[in-house]
Design a protein around this ligand. Sequence first.
Ligand code: PMV
Length: 295
Amino acid sequence: MCSAPGKVIISGEHSVVYGKHALVTAINLRCYSQVNKADRIKIISELGETGLNFEVHPYVSWAIKLFEERIKRKITPEVRIKSQIPIASGLGSSAAVTVSTLAALSLEYGMDFGRDEIFEIAREVELRVQGRASGVDPFVSTFGGAWLMPEREKFSFNARLLIVDSGESSITSEMVAKVAMLKERYPEIVDGILDVMDRITIEIKKALETGNDTAVASLFSINQCMLKAIGVSTRKIDRIISMLERSGIAAKITGAGGGGSILGFVPRRIKEPELEHKWLEVSPEYEGVRCEHGG
Ligand code: PMV
């Protein structure tokens, strides 16, 4: 059995598309894949039970296919997936299922792939399924930890983060296109906002590293204002964020927005957040993909 973590973007969604910095961290929610040799391909997950199926299980199916290409022979694995990561909410569940499945295939078929090789194939799977993608998700899921992108500079911090699901779906490509249109219409204004976002990302990294909760909270709020300014917030997200702020938790969109997940920063003085909304506490995860033998 192998597992790999999900991720959150702490800062820099959208601006990273234009070459600015982003802060991303793996989180302590994992996807588990168990692979056993069988007489035909079977993929079992909460999405259903299928064979090789690029509609229902695109990531696992591509992982099997590209793994076969890499080892130059056909295989018939049974793959069982159990995930703690909510699906399609910007928390990296697709990358985590890909990475954990590749590691489990490698283990069962005695290939002993290293992390670099797993990342390389997972990146290819992401490209096959999504067409265009930054590669941040499979990278963070494979290696774990918190990173400043695009430098891939590792950093460490200790913070309690919480996730609230907005209940609205987030379609990354639509949101990226929306920002691109706004930038075309008002290039100087949007460029200015993207530069501010870049600065915020650098300052959040410093504040997290030094444990300056007050600074992190202010910077989260400014960041959210910028995301709202470029049109990726929604009324529902704004309402949830106000509710979180009333409880002393600064919050922002994480990922593409238009729905999806909201990331809250819980300052140390708050022991147990009391919120009207359903929430999930997460923390940075320093371990990337791992396998438990005999599991
Ligand atoms: O919602 P996610 O996890 O797909 O994040 C999207 C982040 C963007 O910056 C909006 C797009 C990207 O490719 O970086």
